[in-house]
Design a protein around this ligand. Structure first.
Ligand code: HEC
Length: 171
């Protein structure tokens, strides 16, 4: 292969491209196509598909109120299996890697007896309500930066409010 081989190849490609563009331009110069503002036919199938896609995307983001209305202790128990490695949910139950969570709703963060909380959790100091619990369980490290809770967070569709029945035990 001579040194000029690639030059020739590029030259050929370039020339072809120029010819192709040239023809297109020339075509436009000679003929003035009328492009209709609306296509003559509608692609109904594609539109429907698009709407469905949108519905799919929108579905998982539920409002807190919606999630609460769907909450039940049984669905909570299922989701809470992810927490059970570190948390006990029973009344008077032990602290494990994480504090006991019986009746955590309404409790001030970082105050369960006998648990050695991180400084971050002690400083957080809010009372756990549905909003804060929801935010914390969705992304612990965003809600309480520096928390010792080594848990990535629940997906929105599974968030804590489905646990309502587990967190609150009015007597
Ligand atoms: C890998 C262990 C681990 C898992 C899994 C885990 N946690 Fe925790 N959790 C902790 C630790 C440790 C703390 C204490 C955090 C601190 O002191 O910063 C904590 C703290 C908490 C607190 C604050 C309690 C208080 O007394 O202020 C709540 C609420 C909580 N976790 C809920 C959950 C829920 C709900 C799940 C499941 C979706 C879960 N955690 C999963 C380890 C875990």
């Amino acid at each position: 292969m001579g040194e000029l081989f690639w030059n020739k190849v590029f030259g050929a490609v370039l020339a072809t491209a120029l010819v192709v563009f040239g023809i297109k331009e020339l075509g436009h110069a000679l003929i003035h196509p009328h492009e209709p503002a609306e296509p003559g036919y509608k692609i109904a199938v594609a539109e429907e598909g698009g709407a469905k896609e949108k519905a799919k995307e929108a579905a998982p983001v539920k409002s807190l109120a919606e999630m609460l209305s769907e909450a039940s202790a049984s669905s909570g128990e299922r989701v809470a299996k992810k927490c059970a490695a570190c948390h006990d949910f029973t009344k008077g139950g032990p602290n494990k890697t994480g504090p006991n969570l019986w009746n955590v709703l309404g409790r001030t963060a970082g105050t369960h007896e006998g648990f050695n909380y991180s400084d971050a959790m002690k400083a957080f100091g809010k009372v756990w309500d549905y909003e804060t619990l929801d935010a914390f369980v969705s992304s612990p490290k965003t809600e309480v930066p520096g928390t010792a809770m080594g848990f990535a967070g629940l997906k929105k569709t599974k968030r804590c409010c489905q646990f309502a029945g587990l967190f609150a035990h009015p007597e």
